[in-house]
Structures are given as C-alpha cells and as structure tokens.
Ligand binder design. Structure first.
Ligand code: CTP
Length: 412
C-alpha cells in the first residue's frame, strides 16, 4: 500500500524548525499531511506556518470540541497510513515506550493501526543514555521505524549523534528515492515470504528456517521503485517495510488461498516464501500423547502456489526462488521448466548461507539467459533483483505484445 496520508507529530526540539520544509517535501510527493503539535513544539515552530504549508488546520488538543467535531481523534488515527514523529524528543520516546497517552499525539499513536516512524533529535549525551537507548530498543522491537539520528554538529554547539535526519532523507526512507518516473509506478506486485506452519496438533507444527528477510527486502525494493506491494507472509519476527500491506498467513493452504484471492490485477508475482511441500494429512484435534518408541505422521502434498500462478492464462510475470544444498544450476533450471515460472532466483543454503542471514549470493535463470549476483546485503540484493525483474518483465510484455501483432507491424 502506497503512503498517501501521514499524521506528522512535531514535538519540542530545535529541529522542529525544519518541519515546514518536511511538510513541503511530503506534499510534493503527493502525500496529504495532518500536522499535530505538542505543547512544547509551539516554542519552536508556529501553527500558522505549518497550516499554510500543509493546507490543513493544525491539531494540538485532544479536548478541542470544534476540531473533534470535524474529525475525532479516533477517526484521525484511522485516516492515516503512517504516523511520523519528527523531531522526536527523549520525552515522546519514553511516552511511546510506556504507552502513556496524556495528549493528542500520544493518544493517536495508541489508537492507530498504521505504522509509526520517528526521527529522534536530541543532545548527543541524552541520545546515548541507557534509558533512551532502552526506549529505542523497545520501540524498534514493537515495529516502530526509527530514522536516524544523524551524527554531526548540534544546535547546542557540541558534536555527536542526535541531529534529526534531513527532511529529504526522511522522505526518501519513507517513500523511496524521488524519481521522475519510478520504474514500477502503477504496477501491482504480490510477494510471498517467510516460512509456513503446518499444524500437527494444537501445540505442534512443521516449519523451516526461513526468516522472511529476502521477501521483505524485495517488498521494500519494489515499493521504493513505486509499486503497490502486497506481502502474503508466513510467521516471521521482522517488521514489514513502511507502506507495504501485509496479509499474515500460517499454512501453505492459507497462503495459496490468500494469493489467489488477491492476484487480480497483479503485474508481477514473486514467490519468495519457503512453502512447506507437505502438510499433516490428519491434524490431531487434541495434543498427541507420548506412546511407544516411534511415531509416524502421514503427510499429504500441498498445492504448488508458484506453479498454480504461472499456469494462469492471463496471469502475472512470475518469479520463483530455489534454495538448494547441491547442484544449484541443475535444480534451478529444472524448477524453471517444471513450474513454468518466468524467472528463478537460486541460492545455496546451508551453513551461514541463505536462510536467516543478512547477506545472500544468488544466480538468476530465465528462458535463454542467466545472471549471477555475488554475495551482498539482502537489501542491496533486493534492489538489484528488482532492476532485473523490471527488465525481464518489460522484455516479456514486449514479446507477448508483439506476438499478438501482425508480422508487418513488428520491427524488432
Ligand atoms: N513454492 C510454492 N508452493 C509450494 C512449494 C514451493 O509456491 N507448495 C515456490 C517457492 O515459493 C519457491 C519455489 O516454489 O519460489 C521453489 O520452492 P522449493 O521448495 O525450492 O521447490 P520445490 O518444488 O518444493 O522443490 P524441492 O523438491 O527442492 O523442495
């Protein structure tokens, strides 16, 4: 889901003077911005300026009858795709971490289901204090996106970490770098990621070592490139990229159903999930009790999601993954052929490779071509793969289109 409505919470730090520029940059990218000021923020920036640049009355009071009548705070919390707090003081971080809600901004943060991002700004000695770092960790663990702070000269005349990230960098991390024509703008992409859980009984399940990092990194890269991204994700412990919609699922059957329910209009499908090939044939209603030395569980084969999408006559461009322990090329080419995918991204898995790591090296195969990507950070790899996917997708659409045209109209 692209971000189109942001609540910008401004708290009381000197960096608040940069917020009119931040609002401008967001508006330039087509985002509606509702500014919410805290009482101390008013010491640093005026309501008049923020109202002028945002084009909306600034909100600052939970108890203002007039503004609440126009859009109540619960409605406002639902309206937003993202709550961004910039600058975020040590005080607001502490309130968010403890869940206290004495004013409009903190109440909105509790009442919203949207992602929260904060750009901390404070004196460098405050930033490294245990209490502040503990709050930062707690917020990060709860999925709050922390932007910066930057290192450098501070308003107090000292130098160190604590400067608010610049408005340009905040906008780039939330919305992706500004491009005149983002390559995937207007494209819709469905990505599966993570492992699946196949229940054995109410307390046990079969799963695998997938962390979901590669699929999530691809979702972020595609979103950065302007696509509308839906992640159908098995259980993972990482936060989704800002602006990406996530549909959580458990089993391979759930994932299959969720993919086919949301495939309509998708231009590209990426199967990055490590889908369990088998499910338990007969899930026990009650916990299986220990009895005897051996236990056998019958398994039944799951439907192949990637192959089912690739088989659709008017389906999307399909990209699959192949995680192998041996004979990478041979297995990858066999999967390309068997599943009728348009591209297979193959990597070796095993000790320190592939699953649950931050780096990855892959070889990509398609009909008539291949390309290797040496070991690099998964975020960087995801960007490089996205570039290749875009190239192959364009080539594929061009071939499909020219195949439908009379031969005289086809130039090359
Ligand atoms: N995949 C899928 N649905 C399944 C199994 C796999 O969509 N039921 C997709 C994965 O998301 C991945 C690709 O198929 O993109 C390859 O997955 P993998 O498990 O390596 O393939 P398998 O066909 O299961 O082959 P193997 O015998 O190596 O397990």
């Amino acid at each position: 889901m692209a971000i189109s409505r942001i609540i910008l919470g401004v708290t009381g730090g000197i960096a608040a003077y940069k917020t009119p520029a931040l609002v401008r940059r967001l508006k330039d990218r087509g985002v509606e911005v509702q500014v919410v000021l805290t009482r101390s923020a008013r010491e640093f920036v005026t309501e008049t300026t923020l109202q002028a640049v945002s084009g909306l009355p600034v909100r600052d009071n939970l108890w203002d009858k007039e503004t609440e009548a126009a859009m109540g705070h619960i409605e406002l919390a639902r309206w937003a795709d993202l709550v961004l707090i910039a600058p975020a003081t040590a005080e607001i971080m502490s309130r968010l971490a403890s869940g206290s809600a004495p004013d409009l901004l903190t109440t909105l943060c509790l009442a919203t289901e949207a992602r929260i991002a904060i750009a901390p700004a404070m004196n460098h000695v405050m930033w490294v204090k245990d209490a502040v770092q503990e709050n930062r960790r707690r917020l990060e663990e709860r999925g709050v996106h922390i932007l910066g702070p930057d290192d450098g000269d501070q308003a107090c005349g000292e130098t160190g970490p604590g400067r608010m990230v610049s408005p340009d960098d905040i906008v780039a991390s939330l919305l992706g770098p500004a491009a005149a024509h983002p390559v995937l703008s207007g494209k819709s992409i469905l990505i599966t990621a993570g492992p699946t859980y196949e229940a054995i009984d109410p307390v046990r399940y079969i799963t695998n070592r997938s962390s979901g990092k590669m699929g999530y990194a691809l979702a972020a890269a595609c979103q950065e490139a302007g696509a509308d991204v839906l992640l159908v994700s098995g259980p993972v412990s990482i936060s989704p990229p800002v602006g990406v919609k996530v549909l959580p699922v458990q089993s391979a059957a759930d994932m299959h159903a969720a993919v086919h329910a949301h495939l309509d209009g998708a231009d590209i499908f990426v199967g990055a999930a490590a889908v369990s090939d088998y499910r338990v044939a007969d899930i026990s209603r009650d916990k299986i009790k220990k009895s005897g030395d051996d236990l056998s569980i019958a398994l039944a084969q799951n439907a192949d999601i990637l192959a089912s999408v690739a088989a659709l006559s008017d389906g999307p461009f399909t990209v699959g993954f192949a995680a192998e322990t041996t004979h990478l090329r041979e297995h990858a080419l066999a999967k390309l052929e068997k599943k009728k995918a348009d591209m297979i991204v193959a990597n070796l898995v095993g000790k320190d490779l592939g699953f649950d790591t931050d780096d990855n090296a892959v070889d990509v195969y398609w009909k008539g071509g291949e390309q290797s990507f040496s070991k690099r950070d998964k975020a960087m790899l995801a960007r490089d793969l996205t570039t290749l996917i875009v190239e192959r997708h364009l080539e594929h659409s061009h071939t499909a289109m020219t195949a439908e045209l009379p031969a005289t109209m086809v130039r090359d």
